[in-house]
Structure formats: C-alpha cells, structure tokens
Write a protein that binds this ligand. Structure first.
Ligand code: HEC
Ligand code: HEC
Length: 257
C-alpha cells in the first residue's frame, strides 16, 4: 500500500470511528443477510441459476460427492444420501472432541477417517466446491449453530476476537458490522458481516472463497495482519460469526462483490 493511501485511510478512519458507540454483546436483531445490501445486479445474479457463476462450482462439488476415492474406494455418496444431509451444513461449525470443526474440517475428516483418502488442500477448488455443494443441500434452511456445553469456551474466544481492536486502524469487527451497517466504506455499503452465504462467489475474486478468506480480506481493510485460513482463532471467530446469524437462511451459491 502506498504511503498517501495509508495516510488517507488513517485520517479517514480516525474521524469516522471517533464517535464509536458502546459495544453490544447481543447478536444483531434482526440478523440480515449481506444480500440485503447487495446491488440489484449482484442480487439478480445470485437469484438466477443461469447467471450465477457459483453454479459451476456447485456442480463440480456434486460430481466430487459421487467420486470414489482413497484406499477404500468409497465416495461420499456411498455413506451419505444427499437428502439425508438437508440441514446438516446449517449447523456448522460444531465443536467436537475439544475442537471447532467447520465444514472444511468435516469433509477432510471424512476423507481421512472414512475413505482413507488425502485431505483436500485448504482453499482448493475441490474443497470449496464440495463445501459449497453441502451448503446447497441446506439452502433456505435456517442457520442453527449450537454454542452450548463444550462449544462455549470457543464461542467466548470467538466473541473476544470479534470485539478486539486490531491493526493500524485500531478497529474491531463490530465497529464496522454492528455499529455501521448501511454506511458506505470505500464504495461499498457495509453489511452485518454475516456468513450465511459462505463459501461465496465473490466477483472481485472471480471465484468461490471461504469465510476465512473473507476474514483475511477484512483484516486487510483494517490494516491488520491476516491470520492463516483454518487457524484456531479464525475457527473460533467463525463459530461466533455463524451464531450471530442463527435463523438466517443458508444461501448457496451466494454472490457478493
Ligand atoms: C473497516 C471496516 C471493517 C472491519 C473492521 C471489518 N470488516 Fe468485514 N467487511 C467490510 C466491508 C466494507 C465489507 C464488504 C461489504 C459488506 O458486506 O459489509 C465486509 C464484508 C464482510 C463479510 C461478508 C458479508 C457478506 O455477506 O458478504 C464478512 C463475513 C465480514 N466482513 C466479517 C468481518 C469480520 C469477522 C471482521 C473482524 C475480523 C470484519 N469483517 C472487520 C468492512 C470491515
Ligand atoms: C464410510 C462412510 C463415510 C464416507 C465415505 C463419508 N462419510 Fe461423512 N460421515 C460419516 C460418519 C460416520 C459421520 C459422523 C461421524 C464423523 O464425523 O465421523 C459423517 C459425518 C458427515 C457430515 C456431518 C453430518 C451431520 O449431520 O452433522 C458431513 C457433512 C459429511 N460427513 C460429509 C461427507 C463428505 C463430503 C464426504 C466425502 C468427502 C463424506 N462425508 C464421506 C461417514 C462417512
């Protein structure tokens, strides 16, 4: 980033955020999908299966779901009927055996444990296509993330990360996504920062990306060091952010700018 751009960001950021309202720990009421603030063109693209560029990825995921692989020669489909997975993806991430497991973790866990196949690479086209397909089996189902019991400490950690000010702009997620939805930031209208549409097709990426990739992008926005995709902190943050959107319909494939 060039120095003048950074300066502009800092000055602008300081003025804009000087009067930040006190934080609220509750989820937004009501929760609203990012689709709510999308431009009409993006909205139409999402709603038209023929125009939606995410459909290509989804179909690829559907094929992978039926592909026999690994030492066992099993396919996902051998064990899971697609209709039996309706609603399953809407409950992710889950906490199991002392770990946050998101859909990436579930897919790779099934590959390793049940298929004896190599895990997919993080953020690979295969993994994104397959998780997008799993989300599509829950399209329209309400997000229903459980934060009770074993999940609670991870949820608290995610909440703390969501509220932590970071980076050269010294901003927390909530300052953009709870205090300022609807306001404009560098040509974009701020949403609540929900992940009911993730993994999502982003026009700026010309492809599908995970919620963690979006978190990295937002870390860039506040001029903070992004964390690795799949890191414990992003997993805890994903649990918290997903819970904030409990009740929102799963969107798959969602399209965003
Ligand atoms: C400087 C303001 C700013 C901060 C701080 C910020 N974001 Fe964002 N975020 C944006 C902008 C701008 C967008 C794109 C427009 C939109 O959807 O809000 C965005 C989009 C998102 C989206 C995509 C929403 C959708 O429906 O496509 C998610 C998820 C998100 N942010 C999460 C986070 C999280 C988690 C944090 C903290 C780690 C964070 N953001 C911090 C500005 C910010
Ligand atoms: C040999 C059978 C088997 C195969 C093959 C298999 N799974 Fe699984 N899957 C399971 C079992 C058992 C569970 C529950 C316990 C666990 O997570 O290991 C499960 C759980 C899941 C869940 C969570 C379901 C829920 O209701 O929470 C998803 C999603 C899933 N698998 C997706 C996949 C995908 C995608 C593939 C292919 C890459 C796959 N599975 C391959 C046996 C299998």
């Amino acid at each position: 980033m060039t120095i003048p751009r950074l300066l502009l960001l800092l000055v602008f950021g300081t003025i804009w955020f000087a009067a930040a309202a006190p934080a609220m720990a509750d989820p937004p009421d009501p929760p609203l999908s990012g689709l709510n603030w999308a431009t009409p063109a993006v909205r139409e693209m999402q709603q038209d299966d023929f125009a939606n560029p995410g459909m290509f990825w989804l179909e690829k995921g559907e094929k992978l779901f039926g592909k026999r692989e690994g030492e066992t020669g099993l396919a996902c489909r051998t064990c899971h009927l697609p209709r039996a997975l309706k609603g399953a993806a809407a409950a992710f991430p889950v906490v199991r055996d002392g770990q946050v497991v998101n859909l990436d973790g579930q897919v790779n866990g099934c590959r390793e444990r049940h298929m004896r196949a190599e895990p997919y690479e993080i953020e690979s086209e295969e993994l994104l296509s397959l998780t997008l397909y799993l989300r599509s089996l829950s399209a329209g189902e309400p997000v229903a993330v459980d934060i009770s019991g074993e999940a609670e400490p991870f949820f608290r950690r995610g909440e703390a990360l969501y509220r932590q000010r970071r980076g050269q702009m010294n901003l927390a997620c909530f300052q953009c996504h709870d205090d300022r939805p609807g306001q404009w930031l560098r040509g974009e209208q701020l949403s609540q920062g929900q992940i009911n549409g993730f993994p999502a097709y982003l026009l700026r990426w010309s492809g599908v990306g995970s919620a963690h990739r979006r978190f990295r992008f937002c870390d860039d926005q506040r001029v903070a060091e992004p964390l690795p995709i799949g890191s414990d902190d992003y997993l805890a943050l994903e649990l918290y952010v997903a819970w904030r959107g409990n009740g929102l319909p799963v969107e798959a494939p969602a399209v965003r700018r």
